[in-house]
Design a binder for this molecule. Structure first.
Ligand code: NAD
Ligand code: WQD
Length: 336
């Protein structure tokens, strides 16, 4: 089985590549390296001891995609490629719409042209907006508050329409909660360019001395300690969910949406204290005002994935902190 991995040089795609190779799949990776480094590809090869083709193509470049599909017989596509920074998407919405939506439409068009109709798509819990209650299940109403989130919701809708038009497609939409952690080798991980937007990479950069202190965005939420609560999930668990989804597509027709989360929420202060315990590093922090667009509490009901895909997250917060830290410690400047 040959799987095309789009965005395979990125944080989640590189971990998925390792998992696919280790489970005996052949892979081909395509990534324009707009938010990643070629080194991550080399390290996936090093971890697995396996070689695979990599193409520095842009999903916006339809002719390159056609060339690629003409050269391989893909069985399925795991589609991670996309821009993902919420704040940036507010600054440059057109780039986000063009890159994420046109990129996905190009991909689906070329898949259609070559008769490849199995797709695993990276969506996000951001499509639930500010939910009325938790835990969040897949039937909750959808709403988005920023262009990034809107690209995910629009793509979900495009995929639903595509399926309606041609029921030979097999599609899983995976809504990730908050992926953190890294491969246990410490060789691949999240390597944000510039100042990290997300909590865990910010914490690890404080721990290694690259940043002075963490700003905690608000302690007046309606949560047990006032700080934001999220469903952090180890990236290796997350990518295992993709392999379960792939297997599901082999056996089932249709389009299905799944939450990929642990079902447990932790606050910002929980994350800081667990991280400090694991690393024995103190994380200096100050409480500041809320970050615009943030919500108080968000965690998954992951039962559907467990029931239908037979997948459940296994790794706890301590392992997530340990592996995030190992990656940061071994790679103080990420891949750069
Ligand atoms: P990432 O930025 O590390 O990886 C995405 C990869 O896609 C990058 O390597 C980038 O260079 C590539 N890419 C972007 N546009 C491209 C294009 N037009 N053509 C080819 N390659 C392109 O991000 P990630 O954290 O690995 O996220 C992977 C996917 O999961 C994204 O679609 C993201 O929106 C989604 N997601 C991520 C999170 C998260 O917190 N990390 C949460 C929910 C959903
Ligand atoms: C987690 C918590 C912050 C940084 C984002 C996207 C979402 C998805 C995952 C792609 C919140 C707090 C953070 C900091 C802080 N990505 N925080 N200080 O906001 O849940 O989700 O990434 O789909 O779409 O919105 O994740 O890691 O940014 O924040 O206090 O420096 O940490 O307020 O409570 P978030 P995050």
């Amino acid at each position: 089985m040959t799987i095309l991995v789009t965005g395979g040089a990125g944080f989640i795609g590189s971990h998925a590549s390792v998992e696919l190779l280790e489970k005996g799949y052949d892979i081909v990776v395509v990534d324009n390296l707009s938010n990643s480094e070629i080194d991550s590809i080399n390290r996936v090869k090093e971890i697995t001891g396996k070689d695979f083709p990599f193409y520095q193509y842009d999903l916006l470049d339809y002719e390159s995609l056609k060339k690629l599909f003409a050269s391989y017989n893909f069985d399925a596509v795991m589609h991670f490629a996309g821009l993902k920074a919420v704040g940036e998407s507010v600054e440059i919405p057109l780039e986000y719409y063009h890159n994420n939506i046109t990129g996905t439409i190009n991909l689906c068009n070329v898949m259609k042209e070559f008769g490849v109709k199995k797709l695993v798509f990276s969506s996000s819990a951001t499509v639930y907006g500010n939910p009325d209650q938790v835990p969040i299940d897949e039937t909750f109403p959808l709403s988005v508050t920023n262009p990034y989130g809107r690209t995910k919701l629009m793509i979900e809708e495009i995929l639903q329409d595509l399926y309606k038009s041609d029921q030979s497609w097999r599609i899983t939409i995976l809504r990730y909660f908050n992926p953190i952690g890294a491969h246990e080798s410490g060789r691949i991980g999240e390597s944000p360019k510039g100042i990290p937007n997300n909590l865990m990479p910010y914490i690890t950069q404080v721990a290694i001395g690259k940043r002075k202190k963490l700003q905690v965005f608000g302690n007046d939420y309606e949560t047990y300690d006032g700080t934001g609560v999220r469903d952090y999930i180890h990236v290796v668990d997350l990518v295992k969910g993709h392999l379960s989804a792939l297997q599901y597509l082999d056996e089932h027709e249709g389009i299905e949406t799944f939450n990929l989360g642990t079902g447990t929420g932790y606050s910002v202060l929980d994350l800081i204290s667990n991280f400090s315990e694991v690393t024995t590093k103190e994380i200096p922090y100050e409480i500041v005002g809320r970050r615009s667009g943030d919500i108080g509490i968000c965690y998954a009901n992951p039962e559907k994935a467990e029931k239908i895909l037979g997948w459940r997250a296994e790794k706890d917060l301590i392992e997530m902190c340990k592996d995030s830290w190992k990656w940061q410690l071994n790679n103080p400047n990420g891949y750069q």
